[in-house]
Design a protein around this ligand. Structure first.
Ligand SMILES: Cc1ncc(COP(=O)(O)O)c(C=O)c1O
Length: 351
């Protein structure tokens, strides 16, 4: 019973079928395969962005780092939340790929930055002084690392601040589909229509084997990104397998259906957790992640029965005071079922 990560889930059958179909015979390497152009066009159509530059890679870290490498100069600051994946979980890849850009950390509840906090952080990096790092792009994550969701006006407000200073806005969309599903908005509404300049459009967490797209809403850095992807070791020679996954992911709205299913199971889980004595949410769950405090005894029961998920905080021992609340993260991937959710809830309840 695995609620540890979206990445613990399997690949969707439609994705596997597309990979198997792509495995017929030979195809030209390095993105010259016959499926690539169709996959790229589908992403442009999905985002209603005919001019977008689109590049496929296999990991979210590569997508973020490559996107930021064309948005930030080495002497610039990238403004992101303290809990952002690019800060906390990418082993310095953005700094490495940008050739040394500095991450400037912004505070905010639920790993969301507020326009006020962003403006303060930008002011603190006083542009124009040769001794100081210069102001560079802003990067936000949707859904955030703590399971919160930016409403569209909140994205617009951050974009307005970035634009006030002439800065660009990047969106880490590792859980992009889950965000669209919960907001009921289109990819265009959540990105360029709200002032986002570049997106890491995730596939892997939501049923792909391993594919993400860097989407930049103009062509000005298209060639530079191609060169950086190659130089950074992320131009797949057998690119057809990336193309096939992305093509299948977009076809017939699979991306959205998988996310809707994950979100629905997560809502069911949240509903059940609400009724548990001692349960309290860190953030009201909106997508496919729940951060919830539960009594130690509930964790001890679930984990002894084989449930897998992450605990947070200094005290994670399972054998102390049974009532002490311990924070955990529970993730529903696209394949999660109601039975699995109910089984976990039964373990937490101890029945
Ligand atoms: C917010 C966020 N961004 C990006 C990623 C992509 O990471 P990876 O390089 O492991 O695919 C993840 C995965 O955990 C994530 O949670």
């Amino acid at each position: 019973m695995n609620f540890a990560s979206d990445n613990a889930g399997p690949a969707a059958p439609e994705i596997m079928a597309a990979v198997i179909a792509a495995n017929e015979g030979s195809a030209m390497p390095y993105g010259n395969d016959p499926v690539r152009d169709g996959a790229i066009q589908k992403i442009r159509d999905l985002f209603e962005a005919p001019e977008a530059s689109v590049h496929l890679v296999a990991t979210g870290t590569a997508a973020n780092a490559l996107a930021l490498s064309v948005l930030a100069r080495p002497w610039e600051a990238i403004f992101c939340h303290r809990a952002a994946h690019i800060e906390a979980d990418e082993c310095g890849a953005p700094e490495f790929y940008t050739g040394g850009a500095k991450l400037a950390l912004v505070e905010g509840v639920g790993a969301k930055m507020t326009p006020e906090a962003l403006r303060k952080a930008i002011h603190a990096k006083g542009g124009g002084d040769v001794h100081s790092v210069q102001r560079g792009p802003v990067s936000i994550t949707q859904i955030t690392e703590e399971g919160a969701v930016y409403a569209l006006p909140e994205i617009e407000a951050l974009s307005d601040v970035a634009r006030e200073f002439g800065l660009q806005l990047h969106l880490d969309g590792a859980r992009f589909a889950n965000a669209c599903a919960t907001l009921g908005c289109t990819p265009a509404e959540m990105t360029w229509k709200a002032g986002v300049d570049a997106v890491s459009f995730g596939g892997t967490k939501n049923g792909c084997l391993g594919v993400e797209a860097v989407v930049i809403f103009d062509q000005s850095s298209a060639w530079e990104l191609e060169l950086r992807r190659k130089r950074g070791g992320h131009l797949f020679s057998k690119h057809r397998y990336l193309s096939a996954q992305m093509e299948a992911y977009i076809t017939d709205g699979l991306w959205l259906r998988l996310a809707q299913s994950a979100n629905a199971r997560c809502a069911e889980l949240a509903e059940g957790l609400r009724g548990l004595p001692g349960a309290s949410f860190m953030e009201e769950p909106r997508g496919n992640l729940v951060f919830v405090h539960l009594p130690r005894a509930a964790h001890a029961r679930a984990m002894a029965a084989g449930a897998k998920y992450y605990l947070f905080g200094e005290d994670q021992a399972l054998d102390g005071d049974p009532e002490t609340p311990i924070l955990c993260r529970l993730v529903c991937d696209w394949s999660c079922t109601s039975e699995k959710v109910q089984s976990l809830l039964a373990l937490f309840r101890g029945v």
